[in-house]
Unconditional design. Structure first.
Length: 556
């Protein structure tokens, strides 16, 4: 086993809560519902690639957390001693483990099933907060280390870009191996018996997946991808953004059998925000990814089922209930439906944009993108909160950040607290009244031609990455023939939907405030016509919709 020097347990850094020690009281509480087991050197407590099912605390001895255990590139991530516990967020969400736990010094561990842990932490909030914070931080550490999956392919491959996007959006720890840049990549392919034409491939432990679909990768990881028609539930939530997750938490906690489907990943656009500082209850701010992770765990705690990936393609009625058809042939059935599909990113109208998407043009600024453009000059386009948050975050990683704002006032669409921070930042250079006219480079972005839209003056600037935050279009193309939409494609609700009321059974009803022109089909968040495009309001609408769902179900 690779050994990082003579590292002792005390030398494994805590990373501000990632590796806390349990108190004697907490160990006693865990022991009341768990089993103590002796360990010997070399015991494997759980394997990379296998679904984790137990929470394990160390009573005596030490345990090493190892990446690629048994392979030439084996690496020790951390070493835990008495009082510490193993695992990360995947234990709570049902995902497979991204690392292996190997006993280094014999002793004793305390093990309990994940379900028993959930019951215990529901009663002991201090213990629950300690474990959840540690698990969230550990997932971030694994992502930063590039631990877990290995995705190998060409940077110019749309399929490779799809897999990388899926992994990044679902916060799956992974390492990107570029066929064009990594000198050992071809040797690895030959050893695996894989030709370049068969890439991209995903390597994970002993698994080798050749150009897997998102659903295939999801099943390998342990994400609950839809497979067949489900029994009829009370509420189907389409879209796991803030509105959908809000509905999932409140629906499941109030006794509704709730199923959530999302095409890509929980969190929606909010998941891509590096830091949200004006969300109620988080004075120090919270990343969109952490907010989404917490919401998923909360919803699952109450019994909601979250299925990813599940792209909705049609909605229709059958025998008094609704069927949401999903890409790939699966479907989900419910007495009521909440549409929370949010909006998709708008793209710049410049030549050759698609050529650079996935390699140099991005629509999110997460830890993954920050790693890809470290020490490079980057340009951000947009004047809203997403652009402001991305600018401040990327300024910590990039060599230089230019923020291009099409209008003449940074504060017109951006919150004041962000404007103040950007104006004080030495790492962000703001260009008002400025737009991108041309992308420069062959297969990788090298620079941009930008133009002042008032004076017409243009200039060339260096840029290895371009981040675009210019708003979004509603995700309602699949509903165009089923629900009443406004002139911009957003779902009409309440009084706005009343003139379009339709039903297979009767028309003697009036849509409630978040209800569409079809009885029992609601919309919340960014996808709803007239909604406030903010995370907090989307969560509020999702919760409010659940109250209205109860009303409709009681009327049946």
């Amino acid at each position: 086993m690779t050994d990082p020097g003579h590292m002792k347990d005390e030398e494994t850094p805590d990373n501000v809560g990632a590796y806390p020690r349990l108190s004697e009281h907490q160990i006693t509480a865990l022991g009341a519902v768990g089993d103590a087991r002796p360990t010997i050197q070399g015991d494997v407590l759980f394997h990379e690639g296998e679904r984790a099912s137990e929470f394990i605390a160390i009573l005596t001895g030490t345990v090493a957390v190892v990446e690629a255990y048994g392979f030439p590139d084996e690496r020790v991530i951390a070493i835990h001693g008495p009082g510490r516990f193993l695992g990360e967020i995947g234990l709570l969400t049902g995902q497979a483990a991204f690392v292996t736990a190997v006993v280094r010094e014999p002793g004793e561990v305390l093990a309990l099933l994940a379900d028993k842990l959930r019951q215990l932490v529901a009663q002991d909030t201090a213990l629950g907060d300690l474990i959840l914070r540690a698990y969230l931080l550990r997932r971030s550490i694994l992502i930063g280390l590039g631990t877990g999956l290995k995705i190998m392919g060409s940077r110019y491959s749309p399929e490779a870009r799809r897999l990388r996007d899926f992994a990044a959006r679902n916060r799956l720890p992974h390492r990107w191996i570029d066929l064009e840049k990594d000198p050992q990549a071809e040797a690895v392919l030959r050893e695996l018996g894989v030709g370049p034409e068969d890439t991209p491939v995903v390597m994970w432990g002993k698994q080798l997946l050749r150009n897997p679909s998102n659903a295939e990768l999801a099943r390998a990881i342990g994400l609950a991808a839809p497979t067949a028609e489900e029994a009829i539930c009370d509420l189907v939530v389409v879209g796991a953004g803030p509105a959908g997750l809000g509905a999932a938490v409140y629906g499941a906690s109030e006794g509704l059998e709730t199923v959530v489907v999302d095409a890509v990943a929980p969190g929606g656009q909010a998941e891509t925000s590096p830091r949200i500082e004006n969300y109620l209850g988080f004075p120090a701010g919270i990343s969109g990814a952490e907010l989404a992770d917490r919401a998923v765990i909360q919803a699952q705690k109450f019994g909601a089922r979250i299925m990813v990936p599940g792209r909705a393609i049609a909605l229709h009625e059958r025998d008094g209930y609704y069927v949401v058809e999903l890409e790939g042939g699966a479907s989900v059935c419910g007495r009521t439906v909440l549409i929370g599909t949010g909006a998709q990113y708008r793209k710049l109208d410049v030549p050759r944009l698609e050529q650079f998407e996935g390699t140099s043009v991005y629509y999110a600024a997460t830890q993954i993108e920050a790693m890809l453009c470290r020490d490079d000059p980057v340009v951000i386009v947009g004047g809203g909160n997403s652009a402001g948050q991305a600018s401040l975050f990327l300024a910590q990683h990039a060599a230089h950040v230019r923020l291009l704002v099409p209008g003449d006032d940074l504060g017109r669409d951006m919150s004041r607290y962000l404007v103040d921070q950007i104006e004080r930042s030495k790492g962000v250079e703001v260009h008002l009244n400025t737009e991108v006219r041309e992308l420069l480079g062959d297969r990788i972005l090298e620079g941009l031609v930008i133009e002042n839209n008032r004076t017409g003056a243009s200039r060339t600037v260096d840029a290895k990455a371009l981040f675009v935050f210019i708003g979004a279009a509603p995700g309602t193309a699949w509903l165009a023939n089923d629900l009443a939409l406004d002139e911009h494609g957003f779902v009409r609700t309440g009084s706005d939907a009343e003139p379009y009321v339709s039903s297979l059974h009767d028309t003697d009803w009036t849509p409630m405030v978040l209800e569409s022109n079809r009885r029992g089909v609601f919309a919340a968040g960014d996808v709803r016509s007239g909604s406030i495009k903010r995370v907090a309001s989307a969560v509020g609408e999702g919760a409010m919709a659940v109250r209205l769902v109860h009303v409709r179900i009681q009327q049946v």
